[in-house]
Design a protein. Structure first.
Length: 255
């Protein structure tokens, strides 16, 4: 078996265990793959950096945030130097490190790196790509953690219809984001809005699982709520041509 064939086999095993959420087993194979790539390609190679990012993610999934965070710091430094801020591998590292910092209770650092991720997605993918809107809804969550609710609400209201268009109103991802939006209202003590979104998430889950018919009036209310909320989101402007998001009270920093 050639070295390339061996690496493909190791990568396949790592992906298999990750898919089935057996992260302790995935870690073993991710470490082996990283060692193989470092040995054959060197540490400053795009493939090696991708392997390092995959290992950092696996560590994060096991709540090994200290080791994961340290890896992301190194990955970001090397990726920015080798590939630049707008490369997909660098952007993924920004995103991953933001998630680690959020888990560690460091909201300002988490916000900074999430901003970098969104900037990169807007510059490279524009505002019609699901990965961009995934980064934006994560940014809304970071703002929620800092009690910056008006800005978070504006981002959620922009992200939800775009995620619905890409994934469907019954998709697990859309319903998770809708639930997070309800959580934002709960945190700001707007319990009526929170209850309304939570109720509609339950309806969406029941429709997705076949427990509720799409033709019911409640389903129509769910669609109407989404459309009404989208129409009210008039505080946010996306300028994908320059990759910068402008929101009332700037939510972006540089650096």
């Amino acid at each position: 078996m050639s070295d390339d064939d061996a690496k493909k086999f190791v990568k396949k095993l790592a992906e298999f265990y990750y898919q089935w959420e057996k992260f302790d087993q995935a870690e073993i194979w991710c470490r082996l793959l990283l060692q193989q790539n470092e040995r054959s390609l060197g540490k400053l190679h795009e493939t090696t950096l991708k392997s390092a990012s995959e290992l950092a993610d696996v560590l994060y999934q096991q709540d090994k945030t200290i080791e994961s965070g340290s890896m992301y710091v190194e990955i970001i430094e090397r990726s920015r130097s080798l590939l630049g801020d707008n490369h997909s591998s660098t952007i993924k590292a920004f995103q991953g490190y933001s998630e680690v910092l959020a888990t560690q209770g460091k909201p300002f650092g988490a916000l900074h790196w999430q901003q970098k991720a969104v900037q990169g997605r807007l510059r490279t993918l524009g505002d019609e790509n699901l990965e961009t809107w995934t980064s934006i809804e994560h940014l809304a969550a970071r703002l929620t953690n800092l009690n910056r609710y008006p800005e978070a609400e504006a981002l959620y209201l922009q992200a939800l219809p775009n995620i619905e268009q890409s994934c469907g109103i019954q998709s697990r991802y859309f319903l998770d984001v809708a639930r997070d939006f309800g959580t934002m209202f709960e945190r700001r003590h707007d319990f009526a809005q929170a209850e309304e979104w939570y109720q509609h998430v339950v309806i969406g889950c029941e429709i997705a699982s076949g427990l509720r018919d799409k033709s019911t009036n409640l389903y129509e209310q769910w669609i109407t709520l989404l459309e009404f909320s989208t129409e009210s989101a008039n505080t946010l402007t996306l300028k994908s041509s320059v990759g910068i998001m402008v929101c009332e009270g700037s939510i972006f920093g540089e650096g």
